[in-house]
Design a binder for this molecule. Structure first.
Ligand code: SF4
Length: 445
């Protein structure tokens, strides 16, 4: 099956609504955090008397509506479920779509009429959309400094020399599986080695597919998702080896390949700080009080093993929305998602709490993805207005292979020929994921 043959995922409305007189859930960013082109919008926003929908919506609509009228169907607004600041509700309100990373990746193709795609989420998600977009579709991110801390632990300059060292030792025996939370440069590495991209919803299918080919796997970048997937598939965990925390390694570090000869799956040592605050003790605290516990598989293995269920953002949302009235569910994932799920589930008499919100037990309250939330209402207003005027900064345009320094905002862009090669290799890895996901059932237990 080719990518063109598949039934494309569509995204459905979350049903989330802005509550009257309840302030948007997001602190303001300081003015000097905005790039110059966005400052006029930020100054206006910061001068508003409050953050209630009654105040913010008329201001935002004044910028959004002219752009929506100008572009019509050619404009596609997208956001990820983890966005804070009620951006998910705002994006939906203006006709956009909210999805997990798998469905987001498919949106350029699923919306052939879209010529201008504006994403409010992290950079790797926008880059993935750009990899699968046609040449006449442009992809924009409202704040290019919205990076993913997990992706930052696996920059190409950290991973590529190590991968090359492993390929030199293992040859064609080694294939790379790059989690969606990687740059296009690492997705291209997966493509070059005959590997694939995966998301948390299909990692078990993709890893199973690679194992059935008898390949040894280098799994990038999340060692928790890699280990949880191996456990789910019944892989002997003694043959799943994690490399050290990449933040501790000198640039010339290379693994001892002899010590990896028995490894079936080699895990890069990255992780998500949002999902590693969870503990089995927290899970047990809720279960002892008759709550159901659901967690995301970026959490540590012992958390996943103790929970009642583990799965992707999409799995968690659907499980919560399908729960019987009267259910009580503690959810171990990103804080903005849990807050939105709690609000929506309450309409059906389903109680939702954040797994880490245990007074007296958890040292760490549940936190949200702070970098993703760098996309706020002034960035959305400014992006749309600047695009309408034909004045959008090129820094907000996302091309395959772009690397952004999340602190300085400095961008490194590939030359056109290199970019084409990267796009082809990364797209091959994404297409393999799509094919495996749409057609596959795991064979392992
Ligand atoms: S929640 Fe974690 S893995 Fe997801 S985008 Fe944020 S930092 Fe990255």
């Amino acid at each position: 099956m080719t990518g063109d043959d598949i039934q494309l995922d569509t995204v459905s409305s979350t049903g989330l609504t802005l509550q009257p007189r309840v302030p948007l859930c997001q602190g303001d960013l300081p003015l000097d955090w905005y790039d110059e082109a966005f400052r006029p919008y930020a100054e206006e926003y910061l001068a508003l008397p409050d953050r209630t929908p009654e105040t913010v919506l008329p201001w935002l609509t004044g910028w959004m509506e002219p752009a929506l009228d100008h572009f019509g169907d050619e404009l596609l607004l997208l956001a990820h479920f983890y966005m804070g600041g009620d951006i998910v509700k705002l994006v939906e309100r203006y006709g956009g779509a909210v999805a997990d990373s798998y469905a987001l990746a498919l949106q350029a193709r699923a919306n052939p009429q879209a010529r201008v795609i504006v994403e409010s989420a992290v950079h790797f998600m926008a880059e993935t959309i750009a990899i699968l977009a046609r040449d006449d579709q442009t992809v924009w991110i409202t704040n290019p400094k919205a990076g993913c801390t997990m992706e930052m632990m696996a920059k190409d300059w950290m991973v590529l020399p190590v991968a090359e060292h492993l390929v030199n030792h293992f040859g064609d025996d080694l294939t790379v599986i790059s989690y969606m939370n990687t740059s296009g440069r690492l997705k291209a590495l997966a493509g070059r080695t005959g590997g694939a991209v995966c998301t948390s919803s299909n990692a078990h299918l993709v890893v199973d597919w690679a194992r059935r080919q008898g390949r040894r796997i280098l799994f990038l970048p999340d060692h928790h998702l890699g280990r949880n997937t191996a456990w789910r598939l019944g892989v002997n965990l003694d043959r799943v080896v994690a490399l050290p925390d990449p933040r501790t390694l000198p640039t010339d570090w290379r693994p001892d390949t002899g010590a990896l000869d028995d490894a079936e799956i080699i895990l890069w040592g990255g992780f998500c700080g949002v999902h590693t605050v969870f503990t089995a003790e927290q899970v047990n605290w809720w279960k002892e009080r008759d709550w159901t516990v659901l967690v995301h598989p970026e959490s540590p293995l012992e958390v996943v093993q103790a929970a009642d269920g583990a799965g992707s953002t999409d799995y968690l949302w659907k499980a919560i929305m399908a729960a019987e009235p009267g259910s009580r569910i503690a959810v171990g994932t990103e804080g903005h998602f849990v807050r939105n799920a709690r609000e929506q589930a309450a309409c059906r008499n389903v109680q939702v709490e954040h797994l880490a919100d245990i007074p007296g037990l958890s040292g760490t309250a549940g936190c949200g993805c702070a970098t993703m939330s760098r996309n706020d209402p002034p960035h959305l207003a400014g992006m749309l207005d600047l695009l309408r005027q034909g004045q959008a900064p090129d820094l907000n345009r996302v091309e395959p292979g772009d690397v952004i320094d999340e602190h300085s905002g400095r961008r490194t862009r590939l030359a056109p020929a290199e970019r084409e090669t990267l796009k082809r290799e990364a797209a091959a890895a994404l297409e393999r994921m799509i094919t495996v996901t749409e057609s596959g059932q795991e064979t392992s237990t």
